[in-house]
Design a binder for this molecule. Structure first.
Ligand SMILES: Nc1ncnc2c1ncn2[C@@H]1O[C@H](COP(=O)(O)OP(=O)(O)OP(=O)(O)O)[C@@H](O)[C@H]1O
Ligand SMILES: [Mg+2]
Length: 488
């Protein structure tokens, strides 16, 4: 059974393709990620500094305590009261900072000990305690009976006369600091969690704000269709990067609108051009069929129908040629042409027509000029020009065909002494279906596409076409083919 839903797109490996992240999602992730990382590093550093400060202070305190006891043992070894007083002092005067001190003599003889220390931290608990060797000792943390201590020990020799070695064990109750740091840590996690949420929300807001102009551009693009090509993106208020994009898009729309307008004008022109010969054909056939006719009359109808058919096929042939020439896939077959030979052949071809029209067809070309051109297209372009010149030059006139190399360009000129073209038509004669005198062109069979074809052939070769004319004196069309592709 087939499903009406479109199948999910799959990759070459056969796995379903995941939709790529939206721009807003990417920006949000990046913003939130980097802001959160910054926050994490900053709070982590502050936490580390705080813990480190506490440890330093505690180590300082433990070291000082050991130093005092060492001094007492060395200098006042006989005075047990002073030592006892020093060992017990902290426990009575400072209820919060509890320092526990134990002094052991040879063979672990207990010399002095803070009250209650034996239960909390027996001498064996100090097996893992580091020994003070430098100016500042580094204690370690232990956790007997749910209370946190930092412990440090030191070996010392007493009064030189006694020669007894002592082992000093010092512990600092740090439960208060541990709780403080734990509370701080909890608050940090809370801040980090909130920070992550705030960063994500703020990042999303910023991303949405940032891409709103892109969405507006996209909305305009979505609205743009063949019937709404007049839509434009309002560049005002857009960020500089996007205003350049908007300007480019607007320019593209200008070109598209222009191309569409030309295309629809062209279609209308084609319809119009086709309608006349087909209407004529139909009319002639209807008249012919209306009643029985003599063979001569039928011949006349057929003859004029054939004329219309010739005109129609000429029109279709020219339209097809133009359509092909404008297709981007069009390739031309360049080959080295002997220009003099090609033009001589053309003159020979039109000689008869020129003779019939009573017009002299002159050719002026230096031999040895060769050019890389498409033979068929070249002949077609120059042939169209000669046809035009012959059609518009009265009996007794002349048509001059010249070819020369100028600044490395191949320049072909077709000049006549004909009727000329009025100045207001001159800029339009290369347009499709443009005819100066429609009635006369119709009579001569012209469909108004000859010069458009000439223009597209020169463009295909990378060249240009130029026309000059003066009413009553004649017309001169110059085709220039570019330097790079020509050689003599
Ligand atoms: N040498 C010329 N002297 C005077 N008018 C000319 C000349 N060449 C072209 N024209 C004018 O320019 C118009 C356009 O010429 P174009 O060759 O494009 O069309 P056409 O000759 O009418 O038709 P076709 O497509 O059959 O060539 C002509 O109708 C004519 O009015
Ligand atoms: Mg023509």
């Amino acid at each position: 059974m087939s499903s009406s839903r479109d199948p999910e797109p799959v990759t070459a490996a056969g796995r379903p393709e995941r939709a790529p992240w939206s721009l807003a999602a990417r920006l949000t992730a990046w913003y939130a990620g980097s802001a959160f990382l910054l926050l994490l590093v900053a709070t982590g550093f502050l936490y580390w500094v705080l813990v480190r400060n506490f440890e330093d202070e505690e180590d300082q305190y433990l070291t000082e305590k050991i130093n005092v006891v060492q001094t007492l043992l060395r200098d006042r070894a006989g005075d047990a009261t002073v030592l006892e007083w020093e060992v017990q002092e902290e426990s009575t005067t400072r209820p919060f900072v509890r320092v526990l001190v134990r002094v052991l003599g040879a063979r672990n003889r207990l010399v002095a000990e803070t009250r209650g220390m034996a239960e909390l931290l027996p001498p064996s608990a100090f097996r893992q305690a580091p020994t003070l060797t430098s100016k500042l000792g580094r204690g370690v943390e232990v956790r007997p009976g749910g209370r946190d201590f930092r412990i440090l020990s030191a070996r010392t020799s007493g009064d030189p006369s006694e020669r007894e070695n002592y082992w000093i064990q010092v512990a600092l109750d740090r439960t208060y600091e541990v709780n403080l740091v734990a509370g701080y840590r909890r608050r940090l996690w809370l801040v980090l969690g909130l920070g992550l949420v705030v960063c994500a929300v703020a990042g999303y807001g910023i991303a949405r704000r940032g891409i709103r102009p892109v969405e507006e551009i996209a909305a305009t693009m979505r609205r743009t269709g063949s019937t709404t090509l007049n839509e434009r993106i309002e560049p005002e208020g857009l960020p500089s990067e996007l205003s350049a994009l908007a300007a480019t898009f607007n320019e593209m729309l200008d070109r598209l609108e222009d191309a569409f307008a030309r295309l629809s004008r062209f279609s209308a022109d084609i319809a119009h051009e086709l309608r006349t010969p087909i209407n004529n054909l139909r009319g002639e056939m209807e008249v012919g069929l209306a009643k029985a006719r003599t063979p001569e009359e039928y011949c006349e109808v057929l003859g004029s129908s054939l004329e219309e058919c010739v005109r129609l096929s000429r029109l279709i042939d020219r339209l097809l040629f133009l359509a092909r020439a404008e297709s981007p896939e069009t390739h031309i077959n360049r080959e080295p042409l002997d220009v003099a030979r090609e033009l001589t052949a053309l003159r020979e071809f039109y000689e008869a027509a020129a003779g019939e029209a009573g017009v002299a067809l002159e050719l002026n070309v230096s031999s040895g000029v060769t050019a890389e051109l498409d033979r068929t297209l070249f002949q077609r372009a120059v042939g169209n020009l000669v046809e035009n010149a012959l059609a518009h030059t009265p009996r007794g006139g002349a048509v001059k065909l010249t070819a020369a190399q100028e600044n490395g360009n191949l320049r072909i000129q077709v000049a006549d002494t004909g009727c000329g073209i009025p100045a207001d038509h001159l800029s339009h004669v290369f347009d499709r279906f443009h005819r100066v005198d429609r009635a006369r062109s119709k009579h001569s069979g012209g469909v108004g596409l000859g010069l458009a074809i000439v223009s597209s052939i020169t463009h295909l070769h990378g060249g240009t076409a130029h026309i000059e004319s003066e009413v009553g004196r004649g017309t001169r069309v110059t085709l220039t083919f570019p330097l790079e592709m020509t050689k003599s």
